[in-house]
Design a protein around this ligand. Sequence first.
Ligand code: NAG
Ligand code: NAG
Ligand code: NAG
Ligand code: NAG
Ligand code: NAG
Length: 191
Amino acid sequence: MTSKRGSHCDIYIWFLQVLTILVLASLAIWATLTPKTPTFTITNMDLKPYIRNDTVLGTNSSFLAFNVTISNPNKMTGVFLDEINVTIGCNNESVTGSRSWSKSVAGFYLGHSVSDLKEVDLSVEDNELLLCRKVDYYLKCELETGVRYKVMWFKTRHRRLVFEDYVEIGYGHGQMLGTTQMKLKLSFTNL
Ligand SMILES: *[C@@H]1O[C@H](CO)[C@@H](O)[C@H](O)[C@H]1NC(C)=O
Ligand SMILES: *[C@@H]1O[C@H](CO)[C@@H](O)[C@H](O)[C@H]1NC(C)=O
Ligand SMILES: *[C@@H]1O[C@H](CO)[C@@H](O)[C@H](O)[C@H]1NC(C)=O
Ligand SMILES: *[C@@H]1O[C@H](CO)[C@@H](O)[C@H](O)[C@H]1NC(C)=O
Ligand SMILES: *[C@@H]1O[C@H](CO)[C@@H](O)[C@H](O)[C@H]1NC(C)=O
C-alpha cells in the first residue's frame, strides 16, 4: 500500500517538475521578447512668421511649430516615456552645432497600441535661421528620450532612444516640402 502511494507521489512530483520547467521556459521566452520601439512621426512642421515682415512687429524671431505623434506598436506592452528632448538644427555644415533650438516635452505613459499627439513650438532667432535658409533647406530634427516598458506587472530597465532625421522646408512658405508627415529614423538605442 505504502509503495503504491509512494509511486503516486512520484508522478505528482514528476508533473510538478515538468510544470516548473514549462513555466520557467515560457518566462525565459517572454523575457527575451524585446518590445518594439515606439515611433515618432512629425506632422505639419511650420515655420512662421516667415513671410511676414517681422520689422513691423519689432522682432526678428520666427516661430517653429509642429506636432509629433508618438505611437506604441506593442499589443501587450505599455511604455513609460521620460521627458522628450527635441532639438532642431540647421543643416548647414558650416553652422552645424552652433545653430540649434531645443524644447522639452514632459514624459508620460503610453498604453499598449495607443498613439498620442504632442504639440511642439519653439522660438527661432531669424538672424540665425537666415544662415541656413538659402533656397529650400533642411532642418535637422533630433529627438531624445528614455523609455521603460511595462510587461505585465514588470517594468523593464531604462532604454535610451535617439531619433534623427532631416525635414525639408520650402523657402517660400516655411512648411514641409512634398509631405505633411515624416516618421523619424531611430539612430540610437541600447535596447
Ligand atoms: C517691411 O516693411 C517696411 C514698412 O512697410 C518696408 O519698408 C520694408 O521694406 C519691409 N521689409 C521687408 C523685408 O519686406
Ligand atoms: C532685427 O535684425 C536687424 C538686421 O539684422 C537688426 O538691425 C535689428 O536690430 C533686429 N531687431 C531685433 C528686435 O532683434
Ligand atoms: C497640432 O494638432 C492640433 C490638434 O490636432 C492642431 O490643432 C494644431 O493645429 C496642430 N499643429 C500643427 C503645427 O500642425
Ligand atoms: C552654409 O552657410 C554659409 C554661410 O551663410 C554659406 O556660405 C554656405 O553656402 C552654406 N552652405 C550650404 C551647403 O548651404
Ligand atoms: C533632456 O535635457 C535635459 C536638460 O538638458 C537633461 O537633463 C535630460 O537628461 C535630457 N533627457 C534626455 C532623455 O536626454
